[in-house]
Design a protein around this ligand. Sequence first.
Ligand SMILES: Nc1ncnc2c1ncn2[C@@H]1O[C@H](COP(=O)(O)OP(=O)(O)O)[C@@H](O)[C@H]1O
Ligand SMILES: [Mg+2]
Length: 229
Amino acid sequence: MDRVALLAHQLRTPLSAINALAQGLIRRADQLSTHDVRAKAEKIWRASLRLDELTETILSYSRATAGGIVLNPSEFNLDELIRRVCREQGGQDPSRAIRLQLRGLPAMVIGDAILLEQALVIVLSNAMKYSPPERLIEITARRRAGMIRIVVKDQGIGILERDLPFIMQPFFRGQNAKKLPGTGLGLSLAWYILKLHGGDLEIESHEGRGTKVTMIVPETNTTGLSYSI
Ligand SMILES: Nc1ncnc2c1ncn2[C@@H]1O[C@H](COP(=O)(O)OP(=O)(O)O)[C@@H](O)[C@H]1O
Ligand SMILES: [Mg+2]
């Protein structure tokens, strides 16, 4: 499919859901119980979150390709950032078990907290999207030789071996992922963000067993290098 059409299609799906649910609420407001109203409102909320995330990804991607993403580094607490992302992403599916293990992280790192948060949201939301809701997601972070390795491990559908070499290319979607919504832009953006920091993104995966994504973040060394995707 044409890329612009694909993006428009992805935007339309949650928008149609919001439209239909809101119309239902308007038309039947006086017949619905509080419980029903709440259930519909929650669906609207989820669809709007998805729309927001999609828009954010598309905008960031177009900024990245135009060379318009520059690092705005500052000192921040990475431990807190990881906990916040887990809380917020986890809050979208409260029944999901997410195990956090953060060991010996420095009190402060230097980097672009907004971009790093975006990269972690991308990786964690993939783990949630591509694994069944009852399966555990494990997030560990540790410090080694001036680098922090944040690992997000799921027990989901995994990635086909033949797809692995292409997985970080913009618009590429794995063969077994196409039945789920997505643009194929997330990982390329996460990769770009880590490269801008002088870090890296690594993926190991086994089809049908699960995926392990490692974000490598330097504690302080932010390079001024530019990459294009
Ligand atoms: N945790 C994961 N488990 C299985 N497949 C994944 C995972 N993360 C990424 N992928 C694969 O990598 C592809 C690219 O990911 P991404 O760029 O985030 O795009 P999207 O999620 O929009 O498809 C996905 O389509 C999917 O095939
Ligand atoms: Mg994704």
